[in-house]
Design a protein around this ligand. Structure first.
Ligand code: XMP
Length: 517
C-alpha cells in the first residue's frame, strides 16, 4: 500500500459522478488527495498515514441489498471522516442511524436554513447559502453521538456532526460549483478539522511521481506513443525525468497531421528534451491504404489498422520493452472502465491501438491517471513544455483524415493543412484561442464556381468550425467577431490553392458532432 510523503486526504469512492471533483477541490487547496475504492480496508488506510477521509456520494440506496459499505473498522481509526450524500447516509446507518426514501427526490438548489454557530464544519458559512442537492434517500434518524448543525426546507438532517469522533456529513454536494460556499466547507474539513498542511503543489507531484515510476520500472524499458497531444507529451517528459534513456518514444507521421507538427514534435522531444524518439514516417502507407475510400467508418478503421501496424513495427525495433506508457487521465479511466477490466481494454482509443499482439505483453504505466486535463496542463508547464503545446485544442487521433470529407489524398490534405494553419493563426492573433474549446477546418467534396482576378475557378469548399464546450459531449458554435472570420476567409481564398469558398458552421452539438467526417 502506498504511503504518502505529503499530508493526504483520501476520497473513498462509492461510484459518484463527482468523486474526482472532490479530490480535485482538495488539491486546489494544496493538499494532496487521491481516490481509492470503497473496498479499501481500514488496515490499508491506516498504513497510508492519511490525515482525513471523505466518503463520496454514489448512485446506490443504502437500504438496497448489496449496497456498497466501507470496512466498519474505518470508524475506529481515529481519522476524521466527512461523508457526502450517500457517504453521509452510509456513515449514519453504520453508526446506528436510519435512512429513508421520502416521496420526492430532491434535485437542484436548496438554501441552508439554520446553522448551528458552534459547528466546526460550517464555520464562516452563513444561513441562506446555496447548496446543490441530488438525492433520493435522506437520513431520518440520527446516529448516537451525532448532532444536527444545518437543515434545509426539504431536508431535516442536511448537516450532521459528531465532534468527539470527528465524523461529519452533508446531504448536499460541496464539491460542485453550484454550492456557493462548498470550497469553504471542504477547507474547514481539510485544513481545520484534519489539520492537513497545505504544502502540496505540482512540483511535489513531480517528485512523488518520479519516485513511483522508478520503483515500478526498475531497470526495464518503457515505450510511449506520442500523439502530439498534451497528455502523451506530459507523460513522456515526466517519465523521461524519472528514467532517462530507458524511455523510448514512438511518433507516427500518418500524413494527416497539422502543418509543421512532425518537425515540431521531433524538435521538442529529440532536440530539446533529448528523449529517444523513433520517428515513423508512414505517410505513404496511410495514403495508399486510404485510396478511393470515402465512407467515414471505413476510413477510421483503415487509419486505425495502419497505425497499429506502424506503431508495433517501430516498437519491435526499440528492443526489449516491458511497459507501455499512456497519458490516460482520470476522465479516461472512468470512461474506459470495462466489465473485463483487463489492461488492454483501457488502452486509449484515440491512439487507435487495439488489443496488444500476443508477443508484446506490456504492463501499463499511467502516471497521470489521477489528474484532470487542466492539472495535466499545469504539470506540463512545471516540466517546461512550451505553452502552445500545453494549451492546445483537442485534435482527433485520425487527424485531418476525418476532416477531409470524401477521399483522403495528399493534395487535399495539403490544402486542408494550409487552411487549418491560417484559421488557427487568425484565431491566435485575435487573442481568442483560449476562449474556444476547439477550432477546425474541413474540406468538403463539393466544387463550386468562383472568380479570382479575371479567371473563373472551379474548386472545393471548406467549412470552418469553432465551438465552446465543457467536455465535448455537447457544444455550441462560437460567436466570432465578424472581422476575424472575414480575415480568415480572405486569406484562405487568396493563399490556398484548391479552395475558393469558405463557410462557417453554426450547428451546435447535438444535432451536429464537433468533427465533420
Ligand atoms: P465529435 O465529432 O464526436 O467529437 O463531436 C468529440 C470530440 O472527440 C474528438 N474526436 C476524437 N478524438 N480520436 C480522438 O482522439 C478520434 O478518433 C476522435 N474523433 C473525434 C473531437 O475532436 C472532439 O474533441
Amino acid at each position: 500500500m502506498q504511503q504518502f510523503s505529503h499530508d493526504t486526504i483520501v476520497v473513498l469512492d462509492f461510484g459518484a459522478q463527482y468523486s474526482q471533483l472532490i479530490a480535485r477541490r482538495v488539491r486546489e487547496m494544496h493538499v494532496y488527495s487521491q481516490i481509492v475504492p470503497y473496498t479499501t480496508s481500514a488496515e490499508d488506510l491506516r498504513k497510508m498515514q492519511i490525515k482525513g477521509i471523505i466518503f463520496s456520494g454514489g448512485p446506490s440506496s443504502v437500504s438496497g441489498s448489496g449496497s456498497p459499505r466501507p470496512d466498519e473498522a474505518i470508524y475506529s481509526l481515529g481519522i476524521p471522516i466527512l461523508g457526502i450524500c450517500y457517504g453521509l447516509q452510509v456513515m449514519s446507518v453504520q453508526n446506528g442511524g436510519c435512512v429513508q426514501r421520502p416521496d420526492k427526490r430532491e434535485y437542484g438548489i436548496a438554501e441552508l436554513e439554520t446553522v448551528d454557530s458552534t459547528s466546526a464544519l460550517l464555520q464562516g458559512i452563513s444561513a441562506g447559502s446555496k447548496l446543490w442537492m441530488s438525492h433520493g434517500d435522506s437520513v431520518s434518524s440520527v446516529a448516537e453521538g451525532f448532532r444536527q448543525t444545518g437543515r434545509t426546507k426539504n431536508c431535516e438532517f442536511t448537516v450532521l456532526e459528531n465532534d468527539e469522533k470527528q465524523f461529519y456529513g452533508v446531504q448536499f454536494h460541496p464539491e460542485v460549483v453550484h454550492t456557493s460556499e462548498g470550497t469553504h466547507l471542504l477547507s474547514n474539513f481539510v485544513l481545520k478539522i484534519c489539520k492537513a498542511a497545505p504544502d502540496w503543489d505540482m512540483g511535489s507531484f513531480v517528485s512523488t511521481a518520479i519516485e513511483d515510476i522508478r520503483k515500478k520500472v526498475g531497470d526495464k524499458q518503457v515505450l510511449c506513443g506520442l500523439s502530439g497531444g498534451v497528455d502523451s507529451a506530459v507523460a513522456a517528459v515526466l517519465i523521461h525525468q524519472a528514467i532517462g534513456d530507458q524511455l523510448v518514444c514512438v511518433f507516427v507521421n500518418n500524413g494527416m497531421l497539422r502543418k509543421g507538427e512532425a518537425e515540431r514534435v521531433q524538435k521538442v522531444f529529440r532536440d530539446s528534451y533529448k528523449i529517444r524518439l523513433q520517428y515513423a514516417d508512414a505517410q505513404d502507407a496511410f495514403l495508399s491504404a486510404l485510396a478511393g475510400i470515402t465512407e467515414p467508418e471505413a476510413k477510421r478503421k483503415i487509419i486505425g489498422k495502419v497505425f497499429v501496424d506502424t506503431f508495433y513495427e517501430a516498437a519491435r525495433s526499440a528492443g526489449e520493452i516491458s511497459f507501455l506508457a499512456q497519458g490516460t487521465l482520470y476522465p479516461d479511466v472512468i470512461e474506459s472502465k470495462s466489465p473485463s477490466g483487463g489492461p488492454s481494454a483501457t488502452i486509449k482509443s484515440h491512439h487507435n491501438v487495439g488489443g496488444l499482439p500476443e508477443d508484446l505483453k506490456w504492463d501499463l504505466l499511467e502516471p497521470l491517471r489521477e489528474l484532470f486535463k487542466d492539472e495535466v496542463r499545469e504539470l506540463g508547464r512545471e516540466l517546461g513544455l512550451p505553452e502552445d503545446m500545453v494549451n492546445r485544442h483537442p485534435f482527433p487521433g485520425p487527424g485531418l483524415g476525418v476532416r477531409c470529407v470524401g477521399e483522403v489524398t495528399k493534395k487535399r490534405l495539403d490544402t486542408l493543412r494550409d487552411i487549418d494553419a491560417i484559421f488557427i493563426e487568425e484565431i491566435r492573433s485575435a487573442g481568442l484561442y483560449d476562449e474556444i474549446w476547439q477550432a477546425l477546418a474541413c474540406l468538403l467534396p463539393v466544387k463550386s464556381v468562383g472568380v479570382q482576378g479575371d479567371e473563373r475557378t472551379y474548386e472545393e469548399v471548406c467549412s470552418l468550425r469553432a465551438v465552446t464546450s465543457e467536455d465535448a459531449m455537447t457544444a455550441d458554435w462560437y460567436r466570432f467577431p465578424p472581422e476575424v472570420l472575414e480575415r480568415a476567409a480572405n486569406r484562405i481564398c487568396n493563399e490556398v490553392s484548391g479552395v475558393n469558398r469558405v463557410l462557417y458552421d453554426i450547428t451546435s452539438k447535438p444535432p451536429g458532432t464537433i468533427e465533420w467526417e
